[in-house]
Structure formats: structure tokens, C-alpha cells
Design a binder for this molecule. Structure first.
Ligand code: NDP
Ligand code: GDR
Length: 358
């Protein structure tokens, strides 16, 4: 189906990521021309965008990719100048919390200063009145539990270099909104997952392992903290919330969450149950094990390598403001999300194994 152009232009950084792919789909369906910033990579990194890729040689393509990087302000200024966007969605980030302990300086460069670079690009180019700005803020800002559920009013206490970098991003967005009148909003998004989730985040790591174990290609799943609790929603629904924030007359900051929290352990149990495997848990801490009730084989073990120097133990968000002011609601429960991800990974794993065997 061809969608008629609505005349609007969006620029998405982080277009090759999970949210970038869903947001591109949404905006194209609404008639936007979508420009995406992708990094140069020695290997293929546009797999999530294949279905919406348009040959740049076509007349008037509505989906256009540009090489860029959040650490290069000259590049960002040039892309913003060339594309003159009505809306910028800043999704690019070194987004892995554990990796941020290994690469703290790079994480702050891309996630904190990168956000500043984009806001400065708007200012330098005199686009303060034209370009609206969405910042991918995060529930990781809450960190060490101050209160639950966490809302826009809950104090922040970041617990990783990633969260500290995103804290700067959050406040520089608030500052540029107040100082220069830019329509800039923070979406404080709680964890959102999907079959497109990166493979090293816990939900996807679990669903891929479940599919591989079920099909006999993997023996065991090693995980870190099974006691962490997360508020997991579906990424497709969360990108709609991003768009809604930029359609408001005034910019503001909003929590997007489901309001329900689940243990990592329970996500594991549910994922295995989707393929007919019952997990029984025994032991505690590093000695905890998940055993297959049907065969007696240990399928899940704890590897302290995945523990974080400082952990965020409990996240549960209060999305009342987004519901009331934006009309945003989430529909998918974490159990449905888990089932969808396992089903997708059963197909992915089988396909990969076939390809490897060829
Ligand atoms: P992903 O990790 O899937 O995607 C991150 C994107 O950023 C990728 O396109 C990546 O490119 C790009 N990127 C990383 N570093 C740079 C850089 N230096 N310059 C340009 N691009 C870069 O993340 P998600 O889609 O899950 O999340 C989107 C945003 O939302 C992130 O900012 C994340 O921190 C934030 N967030 C995510 C939540 C979630 O639960 N998913 C919750 C709250 C916030 P490449 O493909 O080349 O790696
Ligand atoms: P998170 O997501 O840190 O919340 O950040 P992740 O899925 O990485 O971890 C969730 C929880 O699971 C625990 N855990 C493990 N995590 C990973 N990755 N691998 C494991 O083996 C493992 N075992 C247990 C973690 O300790 C943690 O408590 C995500 C990212 O998308 C951020 O960019 C985003 O800002 C936040 O969500 C909201």
C-alpha cells in the first residue's frame, strides 16, 4: 500500500536499533519522509530495516539513510542542515548498561555529549522554532530505589555510567527547552522488548536460548542476577508514545511503562513453558539452578560474570501522566510479549541452523 506524503520530515538517530526500526515503520505509515542516521560498520547493520529499505535511486524516496555518528558534531550539523527536520528522535546510544561499565568514557561521549551536539545543531542552524526534539531517556535514571511506582516526580539516582550519561541527556534537554524555547521532550521509557530486541539484553538472550535449547543446538543458559525486577512492555507500542509526545502543543517529560513488574527468573520460567519445558528452581545466589522437570537436566545456571558492579534491582513505572495527557496506553502484557519473542526465535534459530548447514 502506498501512503501519501504528509509533507513532514523526521530525522531518527539510532535508526538501525530496535526502536529505530519500529519508529521508522510508524512514521512512514503516517506519511513522513524519514531520514535515519546509521553508523559505518564493517559488517551489515541494517537487518532490522530490510522490509522498509527503499532504493535511493527511486524517484522521491521517503526513507533515506545517512552515515553518521553521535560523536561527530560536524556530521550531525550537516545532516540536520540537509534534512531540515520537523521532528528529531534521538534514539542513538551505547544502550547496554553492563557494557557502559567497560566503556564509560565512550558511553558518555555518545549518550550525553551526543545529545548536546544534536541540540546545538538545532540552535546553530536557527531551527529552534521549527524542529521538535524527542530524547530517549530511561527508567535507569531512577536507579537505586527511592519510591515505587516511579513517576515523572520520582528523584533520580543513576547506578551506571550509562544512567549517569542519560541523566546529563535528560537535563540538557530540559535546559535547552527552558533556555531557547525548543520543543524538546524526554520520554522516560521503562524496558521495552520485541523480537527485534538486541540479542544481549536479558529477554532476548533468554528467548534465543530457549529456542536453541529446545531445538538441540544449545545445552544451557547462563545468566546473572535472577532477582532483578523489570517493567517490560512491547517496543511497537512505546514508539507510538514517542510520536505522541512531539504532537503536543507544549513539550514535556513523560513516563511510558506498563505498571507491572516481573522477576527475571519468572521471565525465564515463562519462556521455557512456551516450548513445553517446565523449569524447577533450586539453590540460591551463584548456586541457583533451573532444572528441566521432564528430563532432570540443568538448563539454567548463574554466571557471576553477568553481575553488574551496581545493580538496579526494581523498576515499576507509573504511566498515568502519559495516559491522561497523551492518551497513550500499552496493550501487550509481558506474558504475551514473551510468547511472541519465543515464537519468533524458534523460527530464527531454525533458519540460522539451516543456513549454517548449507
Ligand atoms: P539499540 O541498542 O537497539 O539501538 C541503539 C542504536 O543507536 C543503534 O542504531 C546503534 O547503531 C546506534 N548507536 C550507538 N552508538 C552510536 C553512535 N555513537 N552514533 C550513532 N549511532 C549510534 O537500542 P533501543 O532501540 O533498544 O533503544 C533506543 C534508545 O532508547 C537508546 O537510546 C536507549 O538507550 C533508549 N532506551 C531504551 C529502552 C529499551 O528498553 N529498549 C528503554 C529506555 C531507553 P548500531 O546498530 O550501529 O549499533
Ligand atoms: P537493562 O536491560 O539493564 O534494564 O537496560 P537488560 O536486559 O540488559 O537487563 C535487565 C536485568 O536483567 C539482569 N540480568 C541480565 N542482563 C543481561 N543483559 N544479561 C544477562 O545474562 C542477565 N542476567 C540477569 C540485569 O542484571 C538487569 O537487572 C535496558 C536497556 O535497553 C537500556 O538501554 C534501557 O535504558 C533500560 O533497559 C530501560
Amino acid at each position: 500500500m502506498t501512503v501519501e506524503s504528509n509533507g513532514k520530515v523526521a530525522l531518527i538517530t539510532g535508526v538501525t536499533g530496535q526502536d529505530g526500526a519500529y519508529l521508522s515503520e510508524l512514521l512512514l505509515a503516517k506519511g513522513y519522509t524519514v531520514h535515519g542516521v546509521k553508523r559505518r560498520s564493517s559488517s551489515f547493520n541494517t537487518g532490522r530495516l530490510e522490509h522498509i529499505y527503499q532504493d535511493p535511486h527511486e524517484a522521491n524516496p521517503r526513507f533515506i539513510l545517512h552515515y553518521g555518528d553521535m560523536t561527530d558534531s560536524t556530521n550531525l550539523i550537516r545532516i540536520v542542515q540537509q534534512t531540515q527536520p520537523d521532528e528529531i528522535y534521538n534514539l542513538a546510544a551505547q544502550s547496554h548498561v553492563q557494557v557502559s561499565f567497560e566503556t564509560p568514557e565512550y558511553t558518555s561521549n555518545a549518550d550525553a555529549t551526543g545529545t548536546l551536539r544534536l541540540l546545538e545543531a538545532i540552535r546553530i542552524l536557527g531551527l529552534e522554532k521549527k524542529t521538535r526534539f524527542y530524547q530517549a531517556s530511561t527508567s535507569e535514571l531512577y536507579g537505586l530505589v527511592q519510591e515505587v511506582p516511579q513517576s515523572e516526580k520520582t528523584p533520580f539516582y543513576p547506578r551506571s555510567p550509562y544512567a549517569a550519561a542519560k541523566l546529563y541527556g535528560y537535563w540538557i534537554v530540559v535546559n535547552y527547552r527552558e533556555a531557547y524555547g525548543i520543543h524538546a521532550s524526554n520520554g522516560i521509557l521503562f524496558n521495552h522488548e520485541s523480537p527485534l530486541r538486541g540479542e544481549t539484553f536479558v529477554t532476548r538472550k533468554i528467548t534465543r536460548a530457549v529456542a536453541a535449547i529446545k531445538q538441540g543446538f544449545q545445552d544451557k543458559l547462563y545468566l546473572g542476577n535472577l532477582d532483578a525486577k523489570r517493567d517490560w512492555g512491547h517496543a511497537r507500542e512505546y514508539v507510538r508514545g514517542m510520536w505522541l509526545m512531539l504532537q503536543q502543543d507544549t513539550p514535556d517529560d513523560y513516563v511510558l511503562a506498563t505498571g507491572e513488574t516481573t522477576l527475571v527468573r519468572d521471565f525465564v520460567t515463562k519462556a521455557f513453558s512456551e516450548v513445553g519445558i517446565t523449569i524447577t528452581w533450586s539453590g540460591a545466589g551463584v548456586d541457583e539452578k533451573g532444572t528441566c522437570a521432564e528430563t532432570g537436566k540443568v538448563l539454567v545456571e548463574v554466571d557471576p560474570r553477568y553481575f553488574r558492579p551496581t545493580e538496579v534491582e526494581l523498576l515499576i513505572g507509573d504511566p498515568t501522566k502519559a495516559k491522561t495527557k497523551l492518551g497513550w496506553v500499552h496493550e501487550t502484557k509481558w506474558q504475551q510479549l514473551c510468547a511472541e519473542m519465543v515464537a519468533a526465535d524458534m523460527i530464527n534459530v531454525a533458519r540460522e541452523q539451516r543456513r549454517n548447514a548449507e
